[in-house]
Design a binder for this molecule. Structure first.
Ligand code: C5P
Length: 394
């Protein structure tokens, strides 16, 4: 592909020359752009040497030679990769500004735009930044990361905001340019935990973040599907373009999934549904009484098993978290719950636990056949799940 790599003014710009080299090694043709602020961290010369071409910057933009460089580059490129992307670069682009080379390229007709953010955790999580991200996603821009890890600023605690490593960016790019092979399909995704209330302020739940389900919804949207995302409480920003149904309890989740199931082609059930709920939910907050309390619990309905008899054309995919006899148990679950396949994962593996960006799954079929996949980002896993579901779908 023909790529313009653009650096904005973050300390992670020191990695931009390495990214350029990795992209060239992967067979891409490269040009480079940089804002003035990027030059605080990386020199124009190192960017020019890495790409073997002139840097598109404020100085070359306004060379009196009659060239409209931003238009010329936008026409040449298949995609713009902004790495690192600062909060300021996101804000300028979300406003449609054109006073620096990156924001100008963004509105100059470039086909695909990929942001690789790098910033401090508070900044990344700030509602103004997240609004800009949602605006850009809403018009089809792609995002890679940020990841969790050690941040550059001195004394900064580890947190979300780290730019993906050049190798991770190179590996993730192909999945962004998937064909619209899910156009005309309706994908129903459940995500996050459920909350089973004991009284108005207490509940039984689990640490599910919703990341896997939101990644499936995002991947399905990128491939042209109509997506309904039924989500338990989650701090994540839902992918724009999906029909969002917010629920709390297992019973509410069941109701929402039953409503959409008949029109669904592919159901991906990533939700961590609580297994138990209180037999009676107190209408008032319960006072502390004595040193012991007995809770009477009853099972929540098994949502997949309830949907199984309603199944017509639907491809059904579940998730299973096991600590022991994984494949055997997962195959049994897939067959009991009427699934085409189940994605087995292990809560105890480092880096793939609740809330992480990566996962490592084994795809298990009801007949016991299985395929172990390597550890990768939840977004990459989402595409593999959708590939497999689409293979089975008529
Ligand atoms: O039985 P287990 O909870 O391990 O099964 C996990 C799979 O079943 C997941 O896909 C989960 O979303 C789904 N599930 C369900 N209803 C429940 C519990 C889990 O559909 N009450």
């Amino acid at each position: 592909m023909k790529l313009v790599v653009a650096a904005s003014g973050g300390v992670a710009a020191i990695k931009t020359p390495a990214l350029i080299r990795r992209l060239q090694e992967a067979g891409h043709e490269l040009r480079v752009a940089a804002t003035e602020a990027a030059f605080h961290f990386v020199t124009p010369l190192s960017l020019a040497v890495a790409t073997g071409s002139e840097v598109f910057d404020q100085a070359s933009w306004f060379k009196a030679d009659g060239q409209a460089r931003h238009i010329e580059l936008a026409r040449w490129a298949d995609a713009l990769v902004i790495a690192p992307a600062t909060a300021d670069a996101l804000a300028s682009a979300a406003l449609g500004k054109a006073d620096d080379v990156i924001s100008a390229l963004c509105i100059a007709g470039i086909k695909e735009i990929i942001w690789v953010p790098a910033m401090n955790t508070e900044m990344w999580q700030h509602p103004l930044v997240q609004n800009n991200v949602a605006t850009l996603k809403g018009i089809g821009h792609h995002f890679l990361g940020p990841a969790s890890g050690n941040l550059a600023a001195k004394g900064e605690a580890a947190g979300v905001g780290r730019m993906l490593e050049p190798e991770e960016i190179v590996a993730a790019l192909p999945s962004l340019f998937k064909p619209k092979d899910l156009a005309g399909k309706h994908v129903l995704v459940s995500a996050g935990p459920t909350r089973e209330y004991l009284d108005p302020v207490r509940f039984i739940s689990n640490p599910s973040s919703g990341k896997m389900g939101y990644a499936v919804a995002e991947a399905a949207l990128a491939r042209g599907a109509k997506v309904t995302l039924v989500t338990g409480p989650s701090a994540l920003t839902p992918p724009s373009g999906s029909e969002l149904v917010k629920v709390e309890s297992a019973l509410e989740m069941l109701g929402a999934l039953q409503t959409s199931f008949a029109q669904t082609d592919i159901l991906v059930m990533t939700a961590a549904v609580a297994d138990w709920r209180a037999k009676t939910v107190a209408t008032e907050k319960q006072p502390k009484m004595g040193d012991e309390q007995t809770l009477e619990l009853i099972r929540t309905p098994d949502i997949l098993s309830t949907l199984k008899p309603l199944r017509e054309k639907q491809i059904m995919v579940g998730f299973a978290m096991e600590t022991d006899k994984g494949v055997e148990r997962a195959a049994d679950k897939a067959s009991r719950k009427g699934l085409d396949f189940i994605c087995l994962n292990y809560p105890t593996q480092e880096g793939t636990s609740f809330g992480g960006d990566d996962n490592q799954i084994t795809v298990v079929r009801p007949d016991g056949n299985f395929e172990k996949l390597s550890r990768m980002s939840k977004r990459a896993i989402a595409d593999i799940i959708l590939d497999k579901a689409l293979d089975l779908s008529s």
